[in-house]
Design a protein around this ligand. Structure first.
Ligand code: SF4
Length: 260
């Protein structure tokens, strides 16, 4: 993997990392507190059954807690060290299915806006995808873009076939079509989550580079699992869902990193 390029892409990962790491550390305390309560509440009842039962039960609980905390520590070290890591595939699964919902819950308790947690999730997910040392053939890479990138006044229908774009240059669809053609990769535009899911099922990509807002990117990453999704947040100079933009340099960098 091109390390300079990788570092360039990873620069974006840093901004929201402290939130994620802080919430993960906080979740360690919660796991310990919950485990203690689960041991302490039935303590008397367990002694009445058999005097050694609290010790046996405590040992089982301690084992479970140890596995959970080891996973959290591994995830924190991955995020902090930004290295290619052990178990990145499994960690990505845990982040998608367990850690992110937990982060949203803890974030709500601590008054952290959901959007910031989602940004943090996208960045951590990207870091885990980057840490998987694999490359894909162009035909197995899918560029999945949101319909709101298209100029609002454009009359061309690009959702069924993005190559209907007349390449007038009023929006970034032109550059994306050219980029996809130059590299022989698939490019699709989705109007929403249902269409995006259908596109993924039809194309069976090995890797997706997707652009969207925090909410759509988050649900897209979760829905597409185990297919790795490298997420790029869109820019919204005119507000959400209207003439949005994407950082083309970031799209190109991500493609160069993952293409064989
Ligand atoms: S670049 Fe393509 S999609 Fe964008 S406004 Fe022009 S014709 Fe429409």
């Amino acid at each position: 993997m091109d390390s300079n390029l990788s570092q360039d892409v990873k620069k974006a990962v840093k901004s929201q990392k402290p939130i994620f790491v802080g919430l993960l550390a906080f979740s360690c305390l919660i796991v310990l507190a919950v485990a203690f309560f689960l041991w302490w509440v039935p303590y008397i009842g367990l002694v009445n059954i058999y005097h050694g039962l609290p010790l046996i039960y405590g040992g089982i609980l301690a084992g479970i807690v140890l596995v959970i905390i080891a996973g959290i520590v591994l995830l924190i070290s991955t995020v902090v060290m930004e290295k290619e890591i052990f178990l990145s595939h499994e960690l990505r699964g845990a982040v998608v299915h367990i850690v992110f919902p937990l982060m949203v819950f803890l974030g709500r308790l601590l008054g952290i806006p959901k959007e910031r947690i989602q940004q943090s999730f996208v960045e951590i997910n990207n870091q885990l995808v980057l840490s998987m040392p694999f490359k894909v053939k162009p035909e197995r890479l899918l560029l999945l873009m949101p319909h709101c990138l298209q100029d609002n006044e454009c009359k061309v229908r690009i959702t069924g076939n993005v190559r209907n774009c007349e390449r007038c240059g009023r929006c970034e669809i032109k550059e994306l079509v050219e980029l996809a053609d130059e590299n022989d990769v698939k490019l699709s535009v989705a109007t929403g989550g249902t269409i995006a899911r259908r596109i993924v099922v039809e194309n069976k990509p090995e890797l997706i580079i997707a652009t969207a807002c925090e909410r759509d990117l988050t649900s897209g990453i979760q829905d597409s699992y185990p297919i790795p999704v490298y997420g790029i947040l869109n820019k919204r100079p005119y507000g959400p869902c209207f003439n949005t933009q994407v950082d083309m340099d970031e799209v190109k960098q991500a493609m160069r990193l993952f293409l064989r």
